[in-house]
Design a protein around this ligand. Structure first.
Ligand code: FAD
Length: 374
């Protein structure tokens, strides 16, 4: 049974919505209702590769990464469940001067904030990954703090811990409308009934723009499909393979136990919500894979999945109040890093909703940056 009222309604139980619920309850908030149209974590979060890196261009995003890494390190102690966090590193292979310039600038900022990231020579990259082809590389960037964790374990733990402190998660219940009275949120509608509330968080992932439309708000978030392919056990290359990215092509891969998990990056433009596997993408994935790690020619792909990344025009997420509608908060558009930034994003939203302020400066994540000229 749905409650008739809630202090805070969160739309979507993905990494972001569940983390916000967890952090709110950790700060003492109790009357939290999370409405999920399918099941906890079933959206983009369960499709993520689990990657966690400090390679970001803005201060706030790097701080989110560092907080995320610290959280994943203490995860089992704080959350009472494992999340398979492995710091096996990220290795970016650079073949273009313009990428090197961009990375140099970003790495300097990352290092100034305490991150361990290094620009290394191609031969040093080969020392880390002997199977790597580097004859066309001009440099590589090595992040030994980086790694990956299990998105599903993390989202389930957020929900379990939030529930243990009194939050309610209701699955199979889509929000179909948001009622506004005057200029303030008054209630949300679902097929199972209406819930009165003065505070709603839109954490609907790729579907966030559809939730925005319920109150006439256009959100600059577009769904973009990405594929992941996983091979059979493949022992011709040394495990653990760090997450290797070919920066020019967008291809990346890493160890998944003794197998290889790989993605060709984004292929083609797309603004639909379909996330089924298109097997014709495999050919491009293999071509990119073999160009960077020739031995992968002999690996056999065992299975695949695809998911939607909620993309914004500048690749940064949005944490902000919705303009013109009091009581509607946006935690949307976290592109390809919403899983790894969910600990810090959840913490920031919980701080804001319980105290009116945040301990990190979120101005680079404001919605208004897209309407400003220049
Ligand atoms: C193939 C792939 C690889 C990725 N790899 C990484 C990675 O390595 N590292 C990383 O950090 N990120 C990665 N990402 C990105 C990451 O998955 C997303 O940024 C993140 O999961 C977004 O979390 P979310 O909570 O915003 O969205 P979601 O997980 O999609 O959660 C939103 C939830 O809202 C629900 N919902 C939608 N509409 C409604 C409604 N009207 N009413 C109720 N519920 C609703 C949905 O069912 C869904 O469960 C990857 C994504 C893909 C697709």
């Amino acid at each position: 049974m749905l409650p008739k009222t809630a202090d805070i309604v969160i739309i979507g139980a993905g990494a972001l919505g569940s983390s916000i619920a967890y952090h709110l309850t950790k700060r003492g908030a109790r009357d939290i209702l999370v409405l999920e149209r399918e099941s906890i974590g079933s959206g983009s979060t369960s499709k993520a590769a689990g990657g966690i890196r400090v390679q970001f261009a803005t201060r706030v995003e790097i701080e989110f990464s560092l907080r995320g890494i610290a959280f994943f390190k203490r995860f089992e102690e704080e959350m009472g469940a494992p999340c398979d966090f492995r710091q096996e590193g990220y290795l970016f292979v650079l073949t273009r001067e313009r990428d090197l310039e961009r990375f140099r600038k970003n790495v300097a900022l990352q290092q100034s904030l305490g991150a361990d990231v290094r620009i290394i020579a191609p031969d040093d990259a080969r020392a880390i990954v002997p199977a790597l082809r580097v004859d066309d590389a001009i440099a590589a960037v090595w992040g030994p703090m980086d790694g990956y964790a299990s998105p599903n374990d993390v989202v389930q733990a957020y929900a379990a811990q939030a529930r243990a402190r009194g939050a309610r998660f209701v699955e199979g219940t889509p929000v179909t409308g948001i009622e506004v009275a005057g200029e303030r949120v008054a209630a949300v509608q679902t097929p199972a009934g209406r819930i009165e509330t003065r505070l709603v968080v839109n954490a609907a992932g790729p579907q966030a723009p559809l939730v925005g439309k319920m109150v006439g708000l256009e959100l600059p978030v577009d769904p973009r499909r990405r594929h992941i392919f996983v091979t059979d056990a493949f022992t011709e290359i040394q495990h653990p393979l760090p997450l290797v990215t070919d920066t020019a092509t967008g291809f990346y891969c890493r160890s998944e136990q003794q197998a290889i998990l790989m993605s060709p990056g984004d292929i083609g433009a797309q603004t639909e919500y379909a996330a089924s596997v298109d097997w014709s993408v495999l050919e491009q994935a293999v071509e990119k894979a073999v160009r960077r790690i020739p031995a992968l020619e002999r690996a056999r792909v065992r299975h695949a999945w695809a998911g939607l990344r909620p993309l914004t025009p500048d690749g940064r997420g949005i944490l902000d109040w919705a303009p013109g509608i009091e009581g509607l908060y946006l935690a949307v558009g976290f592109c390809g890093h919403g899983f790894q930034h969910s600990p810090a994003a959840g913490e920031m939203v919980a701080e804001l909703l319980t105290t009116g302020a945040t301990s990190l400066d979120l101005s680079d994540l404001r919605l208004g940056r897209f309407s400003r000229a220049g």
